[in-house]
Design a binder for this molecule. Structure first.
Ligand SMILES: Cc1cc2nc3c(=O)[nH]c(=O)nc-3n(C[C@H](O)[C@H](O)[C@H](O)COP(=O)(O)O)c2cc1C
Length: 348
């Protein structure tokens, strides 16, 4: 078995809200960070942007992630955020056209000098360490990750996370763990840890990724959507630590039931206008891959006030995980969804 390394919940827009990050920690993740947030909004003190980088006293370390193509905005944002954050993470990995057309995210990989200047000035402006998350380059003809990772390591970034795909690949093909291994070697003389990211979906792929890359940590994104217990399962299955699973010895459906209820509790605990904003999307994700999920989803979609989505899914997951039904299409859940869908939508 590979030696234990820290597990990171990948930053994911529309997924990694505060409640989900706290949930992932309880479920075994060692590190979490906010979804990427535009430096243009944060540096102009836009309230909606600042809501995306909210945290909670139990989230320690607190790692907001920022992106932007304008150096001065990134530097000012790093300065502002570093008053409250433990680490500032800079995003050079987003492939979304609305981000790359402003030469931000993964598009920054096309211009190493520009990217490095941004990292250097953010480090200077920030009171706390700066980490970076990047792809392999913009395309297979332009694999800039080696140069950029080495120069970031020379600057003294806290860590380098590499998603083993290029910008033009988006999410297609397989993550190239062999290239991540090369980045690990490049960063080694500078003592900068490299975190491997891409296509880790269970204990087996986690072990394999570590074997190939020799990385100092693993980051998990899509595998944790609708299934935050993946972190605890990996730790337990790899015999890494006596992880005290809060879901006891529940099966995977039972783990989802535990996680969904805990997520709803955390959203309630956090409160405020933004805490519940991803609730419907999370509910839909929790049903994926389970029998009857496809049939249950339209009933959940019909609920306009997404704060009311907790109960119907709770009923369905409970009945299914306790094997009272072999599908999520549980009549009481459908009825609860119908009642909830009669309520008006909630406006924030
Ligand atoms: C819905 C979604 C949103 C994402 N948002 C971000 C983001 O805000 N910041 C970021 O650095 N990467 C973002 N990513 C990329 C992930 O952090 C991660 O690098 C990628 O999904 C590969 O890891 P995986 O194979 O474990 O999913 C996002 C990915 C997904 C699927």
């Amino acid at each position: 078995m590979p030696e234990q390394v820290p597990l990171f919940l990948a930053p994911m827009a529309g997924v990694t809200d505060v409640a989900y990050r706290l949930l992932a920690r309880e479920a075994g993740a060692d590190f979490t960070s906010t979804e990427f947030t535009a430096a243009s909004g944060l540096s102009r003190k836009d309230a909606k942007s600042w809501a995306k980088v909210e945290t909670h006293p139990r989230e320690s370390p607190f790692i907001p992630q920022i992106f932007g193509g304008i150096e001065d905005e990134m530097v000012e944002t790093a300065r502002l955020l570093s008053k409250n954050a433990d680490v500032i993470d800079l995003n050079f990995g987003c492939p979304a056209p609305k981000v790359t057309k402003t030469c931000a995210g993964a598009a920054m990989m096309a211009d190493p000098d520009n990217l490095i200047s941004m990292v250097e000035r953010c480090i200077e402006a920030s009171d706390v360490p700066v980490s970076v998350k990047m792809r392999l380059g913009t395309s297979h003809g332009a694999l800039t990750v080696f140069e950029i990772a080495e120069r970031c390591a020379q600057l003294g970034v806290l860590r380098i996370c590499v998603h083993g795909r290029t910008l033009s690949q988006k999410y297609r093909g397989e993550a190239d763990w062999e290239m991540i291994r090369q980045v690990v070697e490049i960063a080694q003389p500078y003592d900068v840890p490299v975190i491997a990211n891409g296509d880790i979906t269970n204990a087996k792929s986690a072990a394999r990724c570590l074997e190939v890359t020799g990385a100092a940590g693993l980051m998990i994104g899509r595998g944790a959507i609708g299934d935050p217990c993946i972190f605890g399962r990996i730790k337990t299955e790899l015999g890494w630590e006596d992880f005290d699973a809060p879901w006891g010895d529940a099966n995977e459906a039972g783990q989802k039931h535990w996680a969904w209820n805990r997520y709803v509790e955390l959203v309630d605990e956090i409160g405020g206008p933004y805490a519940a904003r991803n609730m419907k999307q999370h509910a839909i994700s929790f049903t994926k891959g389970l029998p009857g999920g496809k049939e249950l989803r339209p009933h959940l979609h019909a609920i306009k006030d997404f704060r009311l989505i907790g109960e119907p899914l709770n009923i369905a997951l409970e009945a299914f995980s306790q094997r009272r039904y072999n599908t999520l299409v549980v009549p009481e859940a459908i009825e609860a969804a119908a009642t909830a869908s009669e309520a008006e939508g909630w406006r924030r």
